[in-house]
Design a protein around this ligand. Structure first.
Ligand code: FMN
Length: 237
C-alpha cells in the first residue's frame, strides 16, 4: 500500500515579530493550551528548520559543515494535534522531505504517550499537540570530517536547527522547548527512524498557556544598572 504523503502548504511569510523581538521573547515553554497547530504554521516551522533556501546549491535554512546536511526531521502529531482547514491531520509519526516540502506517514497513531515515556516522562512531551524530532545521520559528516564531525559539527548543526525552530515558533505565537534528555533507542523506535539515524532533540510545539511579556526597556535598564555598578567598583579600586 502507498504511504500517506501530506504536501505541506507552500511557504508564505507569516511571522509577526522582528528577529530581535523573537530573540527577546524566546523562552523554553513547558505548558501548552489544548489547541491544534495550523498546518500553515507547521509548514513554515519545518521549512525554517531545514527547508531549502538556495536550491541550486542545495543549501538549507540552517548552515552545515561542508554542506553535508546530516540531519533529518520527524513530526509526531497527536490526535487533534494539527489542523488542515476544517480537518485534523491523521495522528502519527511523519518524516519531513525537504525537496517536496512534504510529510510522509511512517507510523500511525497518537504516539505522544510513548514519546513521553521515552523522554523520561517529561509532561510537556505528552501535553504538546505535536513534537518535532531532530535525528542525525553521523556518517554523512564523519565520512568527510572524521571525529571532528562527530564531536563538534553534527551537534553544532542540531543547535542551529533547534534555534531556528525556537525563533520561528516564538514569532508565530507558538512555543517550544529543546528536550535533550531521553532514551535514544526508545525514541528511535517510537518514530520508527532508520537504523543509521540517532535522535538528538525532541521539540514539543504548541500554543503557550501563558504569554511571555518582556520589553527592551527592561533589558536596557538592567544593562544601565550594571554599568553604574561597574563604574562605582572601578572608582573604589
Ligand atoms: C542541550 C539542551 C538540552 C536540554 N534538555 C532539556 C530537557 O531535557 N528538558 C527540558 O525541559 N529542557 C531542556 N532544555 C532547555 C533548558 O532547560 C533551557 O534552555 C534553560 O533552562 C534556559 O531557559 P530558556 O530556554 O527559557 O532560556 C535543554 C536545553 C539544551 C540547550
Amino acid at each position: 500500500m502507498d504511504k500517506l504523503v501530506i504536501y505541506l502548504p507552500l511557504i508564505r511569510p507569516m511571522a509577526k515579530l522582528r528577529v530581535e523581538e523573537a530573540i527577546l521573547l524566546r523562552r523554553s515553554i513547558r505548558n501548552y493550551l489544548n489547541k491544534p497547530v495550523e498546518i500553515e504554521k507547521l509548514s513554515l516551522l519545518l521549512w525554517s528548520a531545514y527547508g531549502y533556501t538556495y536550491p541550486i546549491k542545495g543549501f538549507r535554512a540552517s548552515p552545515s559543515a561542508g554542506a553535508t546536511f546530516p540531519l533529518e526531521l520527524y513530526v509526531v502529531i497527536g490526535s487533534k494535534g494539527a489542523i488542515n482547514g476544517e480537518e485534523y491531520v491523521e495522528p502519527g509519526s511523519y518524516k519531513y522531505r525537504a525537496d517536496t516540502h512534504s510529510l510522509i506517514l511512517i507510523r500511525k497513531g497518537d504516539l505522544r504517550r510513548e514519546l513521553y515515556i521515552g523522554a523520561l516522562e517529561q509532561e510537556w512531551v505528552l501535553q504538546a499537540p505535536l513534537s518535532i524530532i531532530i535525528t542525525a545521520v553521523y556518517e554523512r559528516t564523519t565520512s568527510y570530517y572524521g571525529e571532528r564531525g562527530a564531536k563538534r559539527y553534527v551537534p553544532m548543526e542540531v543547535g542551529h536547527v533547534g534555534q531556528n525552530i525556537y525563533l520561528l515558533a516564538t514569532s508565530l505565537g507558538l512555543g517550544t522547548v529543546a528536550v535533550g534528555a531521553f532514551y535514544d533507542e526508545y525514541v528511535s523506535n517510537v518514530i520508527d527512524a532508520s537504523e543509521d539515524e540517532v535522535p538528538m532533540y525532541i521539540m514539543p510545539i504548541g500554543y503557550p498557556a501563558t504569554p511571555i511579556m518582556r520589553n527592551f526597556d527592561e533589558i536596557n535598564s538592567f544593562i544601565e544598572i550594571n554599568r553604574k555598578r561597574k563604574k562605582k567598583s572601578l572608582l573604589n579600586m
